[in-house]
Design a protein around this ligand. Structure first.
Ligand code: 13P
Length: 288
């Protein structure tokens, strides 16, 4: 059964480790993530963007898939199903469909509108036992081939959203989605410390977790980050392993074209990478 993320995130915050939040794209991805977290006894957040949920057949389909896999795979570690970068309407729809956690990303609105809409989503989510993440200050990334520098969130704006009773807060500290450019300046720990002080130690979320050196993620965790989002890194290892299989001509040998064989190396790579990250974030062994 899915659980809200509040308890696992608060425990991580107190214990100075971070819950891995892995984006899923399909059945295989979800199975691989669940296999890795069960093996390493890691509490986990499985998250979908709105477009990934649409790709998979809709929010209800995702809720049913994750619940059914927890059941059929005998998963005993805590699992939260979270909406990543939700819109106002998307967050409401996911609360209705059975997600146990939602992000409302109002960072592109004015701070006043972000506050108003966040307040509404927090009240609705909490009335149903669903945890909520909100965002202040955009997270940079690559769009249409242009990579923007990571933004730095304003601590006063972070406090305004934190004071609404959000469970965990995403704030830009120089992090960006996707691959980090070679000249990336790194995380801004000074700003992270200022935000953490302004929001009285509320748990924080690090987006764009793929490819950040572990010394930096560890330092971020020691300064109040309790959830680290990973999407790109699992996609890269999957694509790499699949490419090697095809380049080696294995799909042309026997029934190597069978999707269960074709997708296997990629799936094994996802499991291995997810296990590595669960350990690196200090969350392995923290299921109980
Ligand atoms: P990456 O794709 O860079 O891992 O970022 C994931 C993320 O932050 C999802 O919100």
């Amino acid at each position: 059964m899915l659980v809200s993320a509040t308890e696992m995130i608060n425990k991580a915050h107190e214990g100075h480790y971070a819950i891995p939040a892995f984006n899923t794209n399909n059945l295989e991805w979800t199975q691989c993530i669940l296999k890795a977290v069960q093996e390493t006894q890691t509490p986990v957040m499985i998250q979908t963007s709105e477009s990934a949920a649409k790709y998979m057949g809709g929010y209800k389909m995702v809720v049913d898939m994750v619940n059914d896999l927890i059941d059929s795979m005998g998963i005993t570690v805590p699992v939260a199903l979270h909406l990543d970068h939700g819109t106002y309407d998307g967050a409401k729809a996911c609360i209705e469909a059975g997600y146990s956690s939602v992000m409302f990303d109002g960072s592109h609105y004015s701070i006043e509108e972000n506050i108003e809409k966040s307040k509404e989503i927090i009240a609705l989510a909490h009335s149903k036992g669903v945890s909520v993440e909100c965002e202040v200050g955009g997270i940079g990334g690559t769009e249409d081939g242009v990579t923007s520098a990571g933004e730095l969130a304003d601590p006063a704006e972070c406090k305004a959203i934190a004071d609404l009773g959000v469970d965990f807060l995403a704030a830009g500290i120089g992090n960006i989605h996707g691959k980090y450019p070679a000249d990336w300046a790194g995380l801004n720990f000074e700003r992270l410390g200022e935000i953490q002080a302004a929001i009285n130690g509320k748990p924080m979320v690090l987006h764009g977790g793929s490819g950040i050196p572990f010394e930096q993620t560890s330092k971020a965790v020691s300064l109040g980050v309790s959830k680290i989002n990973i999407n790109t890194e699992l996609q890269l290892v999957f694509a790499d392993a699949t490419r090697k299989y095809i380049e080696a001509g294995k799909d042309l040998e026997g029934k190597g074209y069978d999707p269960r064989k074709l997708l296997k190396p990629g799936c094994e790579a996802i499991v291995a990478k997810a296990e590595e990250l669960c350990k690196a974030f200090g969350a392995a062994g923290k299921a109980n």
